[in-house]
Design a protein around this ligand. Structure first.
Ligand code: ADP
Ligand code: MG
Length: 467
């Protein structure tokens, strides 16, 4: 290594100069200023980036530039390792919203902070946003990790993932995530114009502007912004006038390279009555889904939520709630609050399991009902997992990319429902029971040796069971 470059920052800073000579200023700012040099080991430097999407993009587009620049700095062959889970210091708010992860654990996770820290109000919150919605108190699990990383990237490097579209069922944390992005942008750039609205709010403002002849003001309000966040855009479905207005607003901002973040309960193509031009706009950026939370995430959420409560429940009770309340995080919070309120009303008596079961009775019944798995739900889950349509799964075509998911879906129906072989066959486009037996045997056999099959099955089982 050349003299004076013994330390990691000096070595990296010299490499950055070499990189800058090779690519545009914009590309440099966008992709290299967010890298944290971590350590040098032998002839290799470890570079930290925020998430998988960032890492993948870097590797796909800039690995040659990076390799050449490192070789130049070192004066010999020098390699690099990209490690995810590292947020650059200058993107953190004063409270240190996120912690740098230990390199041995490359996933992004939250520093849940101390009890006192969590109680501290966040100073800035974007207009119409709740200050308690921050990345810091969003618990990250497998089911929301990609959406979390993408929202964080959109907040830190506006314009890279544009538009960002986050979809998932109700109560899964979409609003929390999108408002976290709004709050984060405002915390790091207090002068930024950040506009958050629900789609319904957008409609009401639009109707008011027509009524009061204030269309100009309406347009300015949503167009003179640096970041537009619109929650629940499925609400646009079947509303033609609103779609026209939304389309124009969208284009105006998009063409001005302003970041747009949208949430919805469905993928764009599945929103009934959404015009094709909006579908294609929404699909033109990054689309990420939040799926049903796992038991571990639910338990972490409960542990985190109870930090802000005066009454603390036993771990056994928290595990009980996490295991039994799976339909949404909103329900989970509701269950926790109900138990805390009960205990508080009784002068702080500790909650026992029997108590919890009785107090949450009606809620648990509804949860049990919602957990009953249907053949339809399995077909939909498998189709989504393989990016197919349900009618591919139940149809008669036989290419391998469809035949295998179809067999897996039959196998899962056999495992998770009470339906007979013939009923399952019938639900798969009128196939007979022998076909179902064949599918079950094939999948069981593959599950013994094939690692890909094992991984797919365990992901699907988790999605179907909601844990
Ligand atoms: P959605 O917009 O998807 O219907 P919300 O964002 O309103 O859901 O979430 C419902 C509640 O659950 C909120 O109080 C939110 O803070 C909480 N919540 C959801 N996901 C998480 C998470 N991963 N970590 C912490 N809290 C969460
Ligand atoms: Mg919401």
């Amino acid at each position: 290594m050349s003299e004076g470059l013994e330390t990691v920052p000096a070595f990296w800073s010299e490499t950055c100069k070499n990189i800058r000579a090779k690519i545009s200023k914009n590309a440099y700012e966008q992709w290299f200023s967010g890298i944290t040099p971590l350590k040098i080991e032998g002839d290799s430097i470890h570079l930290g980036v925020s998430d998988d999407i960032y890492a993948e993009w870097l590797m796909r587009n800039f690995s040659d530039v990076l390799a050449d620049s490192l070789n130049e700095t070192a004066g010999r062959k020098f390699s690099f390792v990209i490690v995810t889970g590292h947020i650059p210091d200058d993107s953190l708010s004063d409270e240190g919203e996120l912690c740098l992860e230990d390199e041995s654990d490359a996933d992004i996770r939250l520093d849940r902070g101390t009890d006192a820290e969590l109680r501290k109000p966040v100073v800035a919150s974007a207009p119409n946003c709740l200050s308690r919605y921050t990345f810091r108190n969003f618990v990250v699990g497998e089911e929301n990790r990609y959406a979390y990383s993408a929202a964080l990237t959109a907040a830190q490097s506006p314009g890279v993932f544009n538009p960002l579209y986050i979809y998932g069922g109700t109560g899964m944390g979409k609003t929390h995530l999108i408002q976290s992005a709004a709050n984060q942008v405002l915390a790091s750039k207090p002068n930024a114009l950040v506009r958050y609205t629900t789609c319904e709010g957008f409609l009401n403002a639009y109707l008011d502007s027509l009524r009061n002849k204030t269309h100009h003001e309406f347009r300015d309000y949503f167009r003179k912004v640096d970041l537009l966040l619109v929650d629940d855009v499925h609400f646009l479905g079947d509303k033609e006038g609103l779609q026209e207005e939304f389309f124009n607003t969208f284009n105006y901002l998009y063409n001005g390279s302003k970041q747009i973040i949208l949430t919805s309960d469905k993928q764009p193509s599945e929103i009934p009555g959404l015009e094709a031009r909006l579908v294609s706009r929404f699909e033109s950026g990054v689309i990420t889904q939040i799926t049903q939370s796992s038991y571990e995430t639910r338990l972490s959420i409960l542990q985190q939520k109870q930090m802000s409560q005066d009454i603390k429940l036993d771990m056994q009770i928290l595990s009980f709630i996490a295991a039994r309340v799976c339909t949404s995080i909103r329900q989970l919070e509701g269950a926790l609050l109900r138990l805390v309120a009960f205990s508080s009303a009784m002068g702080g008596v500790p909650i026992t399991l029997a108590n919890a079961e009785a107090i949450l009775g009606d809620m648990l019944d509804k949860e049990a009902e919602a957990r009953k798995v249907s053949i339809d739900a399995i077909q939909k889950t498998v189709a989504d997992h393989y990016s197919l349509r349900v009618h591919d799964i139940i149809g008669s075509k036989r290419p391998k990319n469809i035949a295998e998911p179809r067999m897996i879906a039959m196998y899962l129906c056999r495992k998770f429902t009470e339906h007979s072989l013939s009923e399952i066959g019938a639900a798969f486009g009128g196939r007979n029971h022998a076909t179902v037996i064949h599918a079950v045997t094939q999948v069981e056999k593959a599950n013994e040796g094939d690692e890909n099959m094992k991984r797919a099955l365990s992901a699907l089982k988790r999605k179907i069971q909601g844990r």
